[in-house]
Design a binder for this molecule. Sequence first.
Ligand code: ADP
Length: 255
Amino acid sequence: MGKPIVNYSKIHKSFGDVDVLKGINLDIKPGEKVALIGPSGSGKTTIIRMLMTLEQPTSGTILVNGENLWQMEKKGQLVPSDDKHLHAIRGDIGMVFQHFNLFPHMTIVENCMLAPALAKKNDKKEVKIQAVEMLEKVGLGDKINLYPAQLSGGQKQRVAMARALMMKPKVMLFDEVTSALDPELVGEVLEVIRDLAKEGEMAMILVTHEMDFALDIADRILFLNEGVIEEEGPPSELLVNPKSERLQDFLARFN
Ligand code: ADP
């Protein structure tokens, strides 16, 4: 077994007096597809936001490709690793949010060009060629010069995916990416994720309420409850034959 691309060890997170994560230990293998399920407020989003350094653990370590995302400061507090170091690590991680987060004043191809242009100072022509390729990959090759407001929610979410893919991440994080969409637009977004999953090389962590989808694409499902991973396993076991009563209750809501 190769070394994990992501490793969480003894991660705790509190917001004020509230302990949101209570000792998360988790390894993600290169290329592995992991779905994170659980009740609202159980800490799913916090787990993945930490990988983007959008939230800071209260204690514990997170390694990406063996490199520490956080380091201990003198007063015993965790702080992000130094900028240069962090920049290299973060390039390995891409994230797609529930609410697209596209820049409204830029066309969709410009949205896709922004991060690589800023980060790597690549040749602009080359970056544009890649952006067009990524937009073609998500089925939007004929819309590259439109602005986000001219697209449907499903199309916007596909742009957000193309934009995240521009950095060629080794790990992609999906935070309930279909939950802000009208039901008829969910399918097209899941289809793009499914295609990416089939390509194989990229690890994916998906926070999702789409159980059929999780069953279909995940190698492993984690059930998070009140800040702990209460049950985990391959979807065929975990969804079909849940052991804990809490998971049984949780799944019953989807039937
Ligand atoms: P989930 O994704 O499972 O719904 P979250 O990770 O979003 O759960 O949130 C877990 C808990 O942490 C919730 O009780 C939420 O209110 C709380 N929380 C999340 N972010 C913050 C924050 N920035 N400040 C205070 N509380 C927060």
